[in-house]
Each structure stands twice: as structure tokens, then as C-alpha cells.
Design a protein around this ligand. Structure first.
Ligand SMILES: NC(=O)c1ccc[n+]([C@@H]2O[C@H](COP(=O)([O-])OP(=O)(O)OC[C@H]3O[C@@H](n4cnc5c(N)ncnc54)[C@H](OP(=O)(O)O)[C@@H]3O)[C@@H](O)[C@H]2O)c1
Length: 415
């Protein structure tokens, strides 16, 4: 593969991981075609001010579901880094339900990946690096808990559908299906496809908007929940993910999947590490113990020559970045929780599904998190958390009665 000086395309260039990759590629002398959904959106301005961006970065307006827009961005490139995929801030409603959000999650993830790969075949791209996730690895109840999970381990989609173990099973289904389809496509077509599965990605942000994984760490520090499950969190630094993506692109011998998840730590000990260095935050107080969990192994990637930062460095750089950027304060000031309560008999579960679908369809950019609902309990609590624009939230007070959904939607319309 090219070692600098080639032309490559990065999909979803303005996102958390992709921004660091674009920065790295530019620094190595690559000419980069970055796809974004809206090149004029100020949230992509950080890309334009990266070193060498003026000469070597060209932004293309492209949606994963729009084949022609992808074609325009990829044509003429030697390599493609397919990074774009929806990363919802919380669990989404069943995309296979009547009010489907398949078009927002599964479609861009799966059909979007296949669109990228087909364009790559058609335009003669030499290698495609697809960003998958450990969400496509870890949810496998049949893997022995003491055996490190390697690249042979795949998330069991049926288990995902049935279990409520993870907060974001549909996201895991989207990543698993997309990665499987990508590797199947490679086998059938002969296209050179390598996949990389990062775990939770933390580290400093280049972009001005908040992404889902960074938000997760901020919420842990700020004690959004007093009680958390003492699960294993596998963590990798965003700068090391960018290095891993470049490595598997440049190393000829790279093939198949690569897990990129070097540090596995239980939440409790992660919090203890954080507390020692940053004692003043409002950390969780109680931990629910869970069954032993297998940890992912990054040995294959390390054998290829990948090196990474220590966990301590990653969390220190993350927290210090959040502090410098005032992100903790910003979140605190702008977050609003709205509790909506109502009696079961006034609510049909399809209403909830509809609300989720609408939120995931239109408002993920606004970091709206919906949680705490259950059609099975007599009283339903729906919490909406909105950052980015706080002004409208003042207009909404807690609502009781079955007019609640209209009220929420009316308020959302005011963002
Ligand atoms: N962060 C993590 O912890 C983590 C862990 C494992 C894997 N990953 C994977 O890493 C990749 C990047 O994630 P991230 O954390 O950097 O999230 P991010 O900042 O939210 O980036 C996601 C990107 O995907 C783009 N996108 C979503 N739907 C699209 C569509 N229909 N058409 C075109 N672009 C679309 C978004 O574009 P807009 O800006 O226009 O919305 C955004 O640039 C994803 O594939 C994710 O699954 C992330």
C-alpha cells in the first residue's frame, strides 16, 4: 500500500475518530478526500484548520445511502477508510418495529458499507479499511469467560435481540451485520478489505460537537448514575485508533479483522484511578456486581506492529481536555432533565416506540438521550437530556396526562 503521498478517502471525516485519522493522514503526506454530510456546517470547520488541510484536504458532500455522492468522493483514490456509521447516544427503539428507525441505524451501517465497497470495486480502490467495533465481538454468551476474545469471536445477533445486557444492542447489531457483510463482500468480489474493531474510544476531541463515547466518560466522571454495573470497559485512545487504521492500511500483510481494545478494566477500578487523580468529581457511589466477562485481545494488531498509550495517559488526556475545553461545565449548564410521568392505561407502547424513533431520526445531533421507559411498569418515567441548545427546554415543564407526547414533540420542534 501507499506509504504517504497517495490519495485516500475518509468517510464521515468530521466525526471523533475520523478527524484524528484525517489529521494523521495529512501529517503523513496523504491527499485526503473527506466525506461529510454538510461541508458548510460549522461543525466541520475544525477539519479546514488542520495542518496541510488547505493543500491536501478536499471535503465532499456525501451520504452513505447516496451511491453517486460516494462515487464522486472515492473516484481516483488508492485507499478508503470507511469510518462513518451512526453511533446513537442511547439505545434506540427496535428498528424492526412498526415505526422503524432502520433508515437511521441499520440502513446507513449496512447498506452504507456495501455502497462504499461497491464504489471501491468499481473505481479500482486497492484496499478498504472498515471501522467496525468490539460491539461486533463481545456479545457472545458462548465464549468461555476466561478465554480472551480474539478475532474468531463474533457478537451473536440473536442474543443481542433477546438480551438487555448492553445499553445499545441495536448499535451492536448494526456493526456486526455491517462487518460480516463487508467481509462476505470482500470474499465474493476479491476486494481487499480489512476491518478494525475498536472498543470504547476516549481521548481529546478535535471536533466541536460531543460524540457518544466521550459523553460516556464525562457522564461517569460527573456521576450521572449513582449506581452502575461493575462491567468491564475496554478502552482505547482515539489517537491510537487512528494509528491502527493507518497501520492496517499500509502493511501489505494485514488481512481480516483486527481487535483494537488494549485496556480492559472494571468500571469500579476505572473510577478509582480517576478519583486518585481528579478527586473532586461526583463519581458513582454503588456498584452492581456482574458475572465474570471475557476481555478482548489486541494481540493480532500488536503483532502487526501496533503500539498504544497507557490507560492512565488516555484518561488523563481526556479529562484534562474536557476541563480545558470547559466541556464539563458546558454540559452541566446545558443539560436539562425533564421527567414525564403518566399512568400505564393512558399510554400505548407504540407511542413510546414512536417517540424513540423520532428522536433517533432527527435529534441525535442534539445529544438527546431517552431512557428509563418501560411499557411494563405502571408508571413510566421518560428522561430527555438535551445539550447544545438549552433555550427551548425552559419552555417545557413536566407534563402529566396523555398529552405528553405531543408536548414533547412540540418542544423538540422548537430546537
Ligand atoms: N467512539 C467509539 O467509542 C467507537 C468504538 C467502536 C467503534 N466506533 C466506530 O467508529 C466510527 C466513528 O465513530 P465516532 O465515535 O467517531 O462517532 P461520530 O463522531 O458520531 O462519527 C460518526 C460519523 O458518521 C457519520 N454518519 C452517520 N450516518 C451517516 C450517513 N447516513 N451518511 C454519512 N455519514 C454518516 C457522521 O456524520 P455527521 O457528522 O454528518 O452526523 C459522523 O461523521 C463508527 O463507525 C463507530 O461505529 C466508535
Amino acid at each position: 500500500m501507499e506509504q504517504g503521498g497517495g490519495k485516500v478517502c475518509v468517510t464521515g471525516a468530521g466525526g471523533f475518530v475520523a478527524s484524528w485519522l484525517v489529521k494523521l493522514l495529512l501529517s503523513k503526506g496523504y491527499v485526503v478526500h473527506g466525506t461529510v454530510r454538510n461541508p458548510d456546517d460549522e461543525k466541520n470547520n475544525h477539519l479546514k484548520s488542520l495542518e496541510k488541510a488547505q493543500e491536501n484536504l478536499q471535503l465532499f458532500k456525501a451520504d452513505l445511502l447516496d451511491y453517486d455522492s460516494l462515487y464522486a468522493a472515492i473516484e481516483g483514490c488508492n485507499g478508503v477508510f470507511h469510518v462513518a456509521s451512526p453511533v446513537p447516544p442511547s439505545n434506540v427503539a427496535n428498528p424492526e418495529a412498526r415505526f422503524s428507525s432502520a433508515t437511521e441505524l441499520l440502513e446507513p451501517a449496512v447498506r452504507g458499507t456495501l455502497n462504499v465497497l461497491k464504489v471501491c470495486s468499481e473505481t479500482g480502490v486497492e484496499r478498504v479499511v472498515v471501522v467496525s467495533s468490539t460491539g461486533a465481538v463481545l456479545l457472545n454468551p458462548n465464549w468461555p469467560p476466561n478465554k480472551p476474545m480474539d478475532e474468531d469471536c463474533w457478537t451473536d445477533i440473536d442474543y443481542c435481540r433477546e438480551s438487555k445486557v448492553w445499553y445499545n444492542n441495536w448499535y451492536c447489531i448494526s456493526k456486526t451485520t455491517a462487518e460480516r457483510e463487508a467481509l462476505k463482500y470482500a470474499e465474493n468480489s476479491g476486494l481487499d478489505v480489512v476491518t478494525v474493531c475498536p472498543s470504547y474510544v476516549f481521548g481529546p476531541l478535535l471536533q466541536s460537537t460531543m460524540n457518544t463515547s466521550s459523553r460516556l466518560l464525562i457522564e461517569l466522571i460527573k456521576g450521572r448514575s449513582e449506581t452502575v454495573a461493575n462491567r468491564v470497559w475496554s478502552i482505547v485512545d482515539v489517537r491510537d485508533v487512528a494509528q491502527a487504521l493507518l497501520l492496517v492500511y499500509e502493511k501489505k500483510e494485514a488481512s481480516g479483522r483486527y481487535i483494537c481494545a488494549p485496556h480492559s478494566v472494571q468500571v469500579h477500578s476505572l473510577v478509582e484511578k480517576l478519583k486518585r487523580k481528579y478527586p473532586d468529581y461526583n463519581y458513582p457511589k454503588n456498584y452492581i456486581e456482574v458475572d465474570p466477562e471475557a476481555k478482548p485481545s489486541s494481540e493480532k494488531l500488536k503483532r502487526l506492529g501496533w503500539e498504544c498509550r497507557s490507560l492512565e495517559e488516555t484518561i488523563a488526556d481526556s479529562v484534562e481536555y474536557y476541563q480545558e475545553a470547559g466541556l464539563n461545565k458546558v454540559l452541566k449548564r446545558r443539560e436539562t432533565r425533564i421527567k414525564v410521568e403518566m399512568k400505564m392505561e393512558t399510554l400505548l407502547s407504540k407511542d413510546l416506540i414512536y417517540l424513540c424513533a423520532i428522536i433517533s431520526r432527527q435529534w441525535t445531533d442534539y445529544l438527546i438521550v431517552l431512557y428509563g421507559f418501560s411499557p411494563l411498569t405502571p408508571s413510566i418515567g421518560v428522561h430527555l437530556m438535551i445539550s447544545r441548545n438549552s433555550s427551548w427546554s425552559k419552555q417545557m415543564s413536566p407534563v402529566k396526562s396523555n398529552g405528553w407526547m405531543k408536548n414533547i414533540l412540540r418542544c423538540l420542534g422548537k430546537i
